[in-house]
Design a protein around this ligand. Structure first.
Ligand code: SF4
Length: 441
């Protein structure tokens, strides 16, 4: 086995995936080769997520499998990073003694030094409270494809009562626009066609910098001018940070997609207050209506939590009613999962597990109906599709791509269209995707 091989298992959100790309970039600079199977690697890295208990359990279950590899080959080193590492620190060594290296979310750029130390020292835990200082020396190693993630802001200042992010990722830190634009140009030169700007509260971009001109709206306008890039989108927005200017920028720029992921979390103003989400049901509805008025074909998606502590049946039904009222294009749903360090985890009025499950099932059923309705509203419309892939079916080439609202769309065409924008008239829709015909003018 080649000595410098690594494998990364990435759990959780796009931010973690972007971090894994940074880790790959660092390791490749150090002469490591990435492999696609953990059995072939001498350095195994688990990039963890602690947003829900399920994700945490998954990380330790993978570590259990890796323990067997290490038993067979003691030269294997196992590292754990991401939110669980940031939160749990050295305690991980007790739960998973096979782990050699623990590094936090702020320590990614310290990895070269940590790996060097690991040659002489059996166990290392390095978890910083603020970012390690050599951020600019390494470029991320992106997997080939059409879309590239580009983190523009890290951390979060909101401290929602259920969320670990401000504890694991720290306070909000926006990158400077010139660094982002430079990286976006690099992405374009590598052949990517789409840029997805990332941040836990991406629309708060610039709020931590004392210059009013640094904001998401202005950044989008500058990115819109980069040659080679066909599409730009951004996730995840905080409803309290969407400005009128941002809405009009999305409407008026050429490449920025009419797509908003706007987590609402609950349809009840009372529950939102307890969650420390700074908007009411009415304010959220007004925001959605403003966006839909500006862009009638906009795609709006959301997140909802079932069974937040103290949520009454009546308050839960307000979530049900808002999903029906807005007819979101998609919603991510989850049963409330108490997370260490967060205020809500120790509240006495926890909703019983069975009840959380019942409420979640109701939401999931509703979301399926919602997605179907959302897809059906596009039948008869002509949408721009970025072609991503193809397959052969009964001797015909079926292309697959995404609309500006990230709807998966299939249509017949030529595989040479991969990477281009095609106008597609939507003829049919299922819960999974849209089906259409190319319109060539
Ligand atoms: S705004 Fe989002 S990331 Fe920040 S604390 Fe709330 S849920 Fe977590």
């Amino acid at each position: 086995m080649y000595k410098k091989t690594f494998f990364i298992e990435t759990l959780g959100c796009q931010m973690n995936k972007a971090d894994s790309e940074k880790i790959s970039g660092i390791l490749e600079t150090l002469g490591y080769n990435e492999v696609t199977s953990p059995e072939d690697a001498l350095l195994l890295i688990m990039n963890t997520c602690s947003i829900r208990a399920m994700s945490e359990n998954k990380a330790f279950s993978h570590l259990g499998v890796w323990k067997k590899f290490k038993r067979k080959n003691p030269d294997i080193k196992i590292a754990i990073c991401g939110c669980i590492a940031q939160q749990t620190k050295e305690k991980i060594f007790h739960r998973a003694p096979q782990v050699d290296l623990i590094f936090g979310t702020h320590n990614i750029y310290e990895l070269p030094q940590l790996l060097e130390k690991l040659e002489k020292q059996p166990k290392i835990c390095s978890v910083l409270k603020t970012p390690f200082d050599s951020e600019k020396s390494f470029a991320p190693s992106r997997k080939k494809g059409l879309s590239a993630w580009l983190p523009i802001i890290e951390g979060c200042d909101y401290f929602c009562a259920y969320c670990v992010v401000p504890y694991t990722r720290g306070r909000q830190r926006s990158r400077m626009p010139e660094d982002i634009i430079k990286e976006a140009r690099q992405i374009a030169s590598e052949g990517f066609k789409e840029i997805i700007l990332l941040g836990q509260t991406v629309d708060s971009y610039g709020n931590d910098i004392a210059d009013d001109n640094i904001n998401l709206s202005n950044l989008l306008k500058q990115l819109d001018k980069i040659d080679g890039i066909l599409r730009i989108s951004f996730v995840t927005s905080h409803p309290a940070d969407i400005t009128d200017e941002l809405i009009y920028t999305v409407r008026d720029t050429e490449k920025v997609c009419e797509f908003f992921h706007l987590p609402m979390q609950s349809g009840s103003t009372e529950v939102l207050k307890r969650m420390k989400r700074p908007y009411s049901r009415e304010q959220y509805l007004n925001l959605v209506s403003k966006i839909q008025t500006a862009m009638p074909d906009v795609v709006i998606t959301s997140d909802f939590i079932a069974g937040f502590p103290g949520e009454t049946d009546e308050q839960f039904m307000e979530t049900v009613s808002i999903i029906k009222e807005v007819v979101f294009d998609h919603c991510n749903t989850a049963a409330y999962s108490p997370r260490k360090q967060t205020p809500a985890a120790v509240w006495k009025d926890q909703v019983p597990q069975e009840e959380k499950k019942r409420r979640l099932n109701i939401l999931n059923k509703l979301v399926r109906e919602t997605v179907k309705k959302s897809h059906e509203r596009f039948i008869g419309k002509t949408l721009e599709v970025l072609v991503e892939d193809f397959k052969e079916e009964n001797g015909e080439i079926i292309l697959t791509g995404k609309t500006r609202g990230a709807k998966v769309t299939h249509f017949k065409g030529d595989s040479s269209l991969i990477g281009s924008l095609v106008q597609v008239k939507i003829k049919d829709a299922s819960i999974w995707s849209l089906i259409g015909e190319a319109v060539y003018t």
